[in-house]
Write a protein that binds this ligand. Structure first.
Ligand SMILES: Cc1cc2nc3c(=O)[nH]c(=O)nc-3n(C[C@H](O)[C@H](O)[C@H](O)COP(=O)(O)OP(=O)(O)OC[C@H]3O[C@@H](n4cnc5c(N)ncnc54)[C@H](O)[C@@H]3O)c2cc1C
Ligand code: FES
Ligand code: FES
Length: 477
């Protein structure tokens, strides 16, 4: 089949490019040059464009990390085509604000900033956001500017965030539907049902892809080719959140922005980690399933799920099985997934009343950075003694893992600074971390201890179950 896209108000029929062509490469080769190429790896935001999907949601995404067939049936806008939104062909209020507040100098970054400002304008929940609202920082966290300085851009963002200019966005969602696209000996398929995906997965093992925020790096940086790709992002069963009295089930293909919005109330400890996960354009594409399947030792969501005793629901043509996350990671970048299996969902038992949870990420800069160490802790006490404890870390070993010896040393003890300090040496038995450019082994060991001490301080200060939402919870030993 040919691909059908609407770009800047023009209908385009695409045949010929390889399925692993990035949206950015195709846009630029097709004359839509407002999307700029900076890093080609999701770090600078110069390539950010707007996409309206079949649910009608408007998302600012990094076009360097989107594969072209993923955009079949979607409406896209680059900054140069925003006039197509206005019946009178005028500037979008976000563009106007950038001009009036001097948000641009050389202009290289400007189309990307305009895209995230337009997205912000159409997010009603940002109306009346106070100037120090972290969601405004988050909106800009994926975009770099080397000349203007961020103050005028932040002012432009504040001028338009949540303003929801009427009559600009098409209200009828674009058509969705399955995709089956072949070109130059490569195939890309995006079925719309789980059953169909499982049949395809059993037939001719394709490489699974979801948001492509990892996989596109293989294409762009390592020049890897994928003869057959199976995308899960159009399968509604994999994008659902089901809340039951005893458990929560999170679809593996749900974009992290949606998980973040739900988790603010639904699971605050996950929300706290998602706040520091990548940038908003990354989270608009990245998924929970992709974050676990890539089995990165520094993936940020695994420690949270380890502390919550989550189960992974793995599906294949021959049925489903549930695997505790603690046994899912079998080695460095290896998982318990068998050929023909995919992660369909993550099931989280609801924490028992009285459980206190804290999640922490330590990286070299606060926004859009990879963790040196991430951690999540869960604690319950009865009659002054610890009865339930999960100490989960990322960045301390070849896989995300629990500090089981430290947990054992603390169970039954009082949750006091002295008992905790007595147990801290056990962390050295649990983990022998590596030296690398994100931190030395000694630094990581010290972080692991300090994060736990920080959790102790937080829980001591805050008797209530929900911890406060400070940016960091670390203390110096
Ligand atoms: C700029 C940038 C910033 C980032 N920041 C962070 C960060 O702060 N924290 C962090 O943890 N990660 C971060 N990442 C990594 C990445 O975004 C996440 O791991 C993301 O969750 C991957 O999801 P995806 O759907 O995009 O995966 P994809 O790229 O689509 O897939 C990744 C891998 O998982 C497999 N896969 C995907 N879904 C499934 C499934 N349902 N079942 C089985 N296999 C599957 C694919 O075959 C592939 O091997 C960042 C990446 C970039 C480029
Ligand atoms: S080119 Fe830098 S984020 Fe895409
Ligand atoms: S205006 Fe020059 S990079 Fe931002």
């Amino acid at each position: 089949m040919a691909l059908h896209l609407q770009v800047d108000g023009h209908h385009r029929v695409v045949e010929g490019p390889r399925p692993d062509t990035t949206l950015l490469a195709w846009l630029r080769a097709s004359g839509f040059t407002a999307a700029k190429e900076g890093c080609n790896e999701g770090d600078c935001g110069a390539c950010t464009v707007l996409v309206q999907d079949e649910e009608g949601a408007l998302r600012a995404v990094n076009s360097c990390l989107v594969l072209l067939p993923m955009m079949h049936g979607r409406r896209l806008w680059t900054a140069a085509g925003l006039a197509a939104l206005d019946p009178d062909g005028g500037l979008h209020p976000a563009q106007q604000a950038m001009i009036e507040l001097n948000g641009s100098q050389c202009g290289y970054c400007t189309p990307g900033f305009v895209s995230v400002l337009v997205e912000a304008a159409h997010r009603p929940e940002l109306a009346d956001a106070p100037a120090d609202d972290w969601r405004l920082d988050d909106q800009l966290s994926g975009n770099l500017c080397r000349c203007t300085g961020y103050r005028p851009i932040q002012q432009a963002l504040r001028a338009v965030a949540g303003s929801c200019p009427p009559g600009l966005l098409p209200t009828d969602p674009p058509p969705g539907g399955p995709v089956r696209y072949e070109a130059q000996g490569q195939r890309f398929q995006a079925p719309t049902s789980l059953d169909e995906a499982l049949v395809l997965l059993a037939e001719d093992p394709p490489r699974i892809v979801c948001g492509a925020s990892d996989l596109a790096l293989d294409v762009n940086l390592r020049h890897r080719r994928f003869p057959s790709l199976l995308s899960l992002e159009r399968i509604p069963e994999l994008r659902a959140i089901e809340e039951e009295p005893a458990r929560i089930r999170l679809g593996a293909a749900l974009p992290l922005t949606e998980l973040e919005a739900w988790s603010a109330e639904g699971l605050p400890v996950l929300h706290r980690m998602l706040r520091y996960f990548g940038s908003r354009p990354i989270k608009q594409r990245a998924t929970l399933g992709g974050n676990l399947a890539n089995a990165s030792p520094i993936g940020d969501l695994a420690p949270v799920l380890l502390a919550l005793d989550a189960l992974l629901l793995l599906a294949s043509a021959s049925g489903e099985r549930r695997v505790p996350i603690a046994s899912f990671f079998t080695g460095y970048r290896q998982t318990a997934l068998r050929p023909g299996e995919l992660i369909a969902a993550v099931e989280i038992p609801r924490p028992a009343p009285g459980t206190r949870l804290g999640a922490y990420k330590v990286s070299r800069r606060r926004e859009l950075d990879i963790s040196a160490v991430a951690a999540c802790f869960a604690l319950r006490e009865e009659e002054g003694r610890i009865t339930h404890l999960r100490l989960a870390y990322g960045g301390m070993a070849a896989t995300p893992a629990r500090a089981s010896q430290t947990e054992a040393a603390l169970l039954g003890q009082p949750w006091t600074p002295s008992a905790l300090r007595a147990a801290l040496p056990s962390l050295d038995q649990d983990f022998q971390p590596m030296d690398d450019h994100r931190g030395s082994a000694a630094f990581r060991r010290s972080l692991a201890r300090n994060l736990l001490l920080g959790f102790q301080l937080e829980t001591a200060r805050h008797e209530q179950r929900a911890l406060h939402a400070d940016h960091v919870g670390t203390v110096i030993l």
